[in-house]
Design a protein around this ligand. Sequence first.
Ligand code: CTP
Ligand code: MG
Length: 548
Amino acid sequence: CLQKVDTFLHRSIGTNVVAAQSEATRKDESDEKEKDGRKSLYVVQAERQEQAEKSVLISCNSRTNEKKFLKHLSRHGDIKKHFFYESYGMYAVVEFVNQESVASLLEEAAIPSVSHESMVPFKSRLLSLRNVGSVASPNQQPGQQCQPQTTIPINELIQRLSREESIDQQITSLTEAYQLTEENSRLRFLVCSLLKDIAAAYFPECNIKPFGSSVNGFGKLGCDLDMFLDLDGISGRNIKMPKSGLCLEYQMKRANSERAVTQSILSVIGECVDQFGPGCAGVHKILNARCPLVRFAHQPSGFQCDLTTNNRVAMKSTELLYLYGELDPRVRCLVFTVRCWARAHGVTSSIPGAWITNFSLTVMVLFFLQRRSSPIIPTLDHLRDLAGPADKSVIEGNDCTFVSDFSKIQLHSNTETLEQLLCGFFEFYAAFPFSMKSINIRKGKEQNKPEVAPLHIQNPFENSLNVSKNVNATQLDRFVALCQESTWLLQKSETNTPTPTPWGLASLLLPSQVAGIKSRKKRRREPASERIKSLLESLKNKNEQKTS
Ligand code: CTP
Ligand code: MG
């Protein structure tokens, strides 16, 4: 990677040198930090991007013979890693050892011949495997094992959790079942890299990076893919004019505001994705939002994608959440559990509206962990105080500085179990004075509410913004009532032996029994008692199968 930075320095225009040098310095520093076993998000991103650039995505047949397939591809060079998955058909992700292999493979690929339709001749690393002139023999077995790219259904999860021996194990098991897999992470970076190839038609030095739950450590299989079109390398932000003498500068088109530039770039890239992007469908340009974006479905991966640009504060909050998640393993476990619980009860939703978002919920968990009598994670102000000169970051007037070196962060000793923390979370928010106080992870203390809103969570970096401005009183009341009910359920749950009846965390994921807080979604479905009955029935059947 350093070699790459070096090559970039040589061919780069002078204005970019400063940016490239500081990236290289950051990489050197990050290598140092890797020594304690934890990688900074910056290092993870760089590694994954490099893998993605050496990878291709191939649609193939479920009867494809894996051995033959790999033999065919390895004519272009050694393969480092490959895996298969299903998403409206079978796909393979193949990573080569060298990037030249990808070029060689693309050189050999054919243009499809179609008789009735015409095609946009845009070539990309999304390919199809054809078996010309041969018919798959009927006794051929479907060859490959597919890597799952979606989570297990909630009922299956409840069954799995019911078989665990403690609530702590249930929480760990839930996290393992829901978190992104190695393969899913690779696929996310590959989709960004494919998109970059489209955007590079206009901006050859651009980069497209994933942010949000795809990389912050709290992403669940199936979560959306938030992408950031990074034009910093060419935006001239880091220009250093010579003090005297001649100097050339680019003539560039001007616009009224940075927002107008963002909108026009996203509009054009969105149009390209729509018209030329293989596998991209349902493109919507949402340019009047506070943060303009292009939303579309990437069909081969099954990801719902949101492409933004000029969204550097969100990149910073992604980095912050990643750091908090890496500080103590209990952080990620608790966030996964609370997110899953909230989804099961319709506290969060995939449809935008007055619901609490996963991001808000994550900040609420972090705040709770800062409020323990022996805090599990430090405040953001403390992380800012620990920052070194290379960590300094001010974005649009907002101080986004915080330490990136894990070894500088001293944690309090806190030995609470996951069970205690989950109970504690529900108790904390069941009694939180939402009407008067605001949640603030920068200070790690509740603050007086600066404005009227049912739920006020201060944006960690843009202090005047409320992350949960969209939440209405009804949704907050449901959240509080569910916290009260869950506190009660956990207190009465004393079973410590695995049983087919949902217990502990599993019982918290069942439809709520409290009148008035039944989930919106579930009201339309069969009554809760029926669902529990069928769940118990299937657990019984499974147990019988196991013992027979
Ligand atoms: N973000 C932010 N302020 C907000 C909303 C979002 O800074 N009010 C940033 C956060 O870094 C967040 C990212 O944008 O992680 C993506 O937002 P979103 O997709 O809504 O949340 P995710 O964390 O990705 O969670 P999900 O799995 O629900 O997509
Ligand atoms: Mg997201």
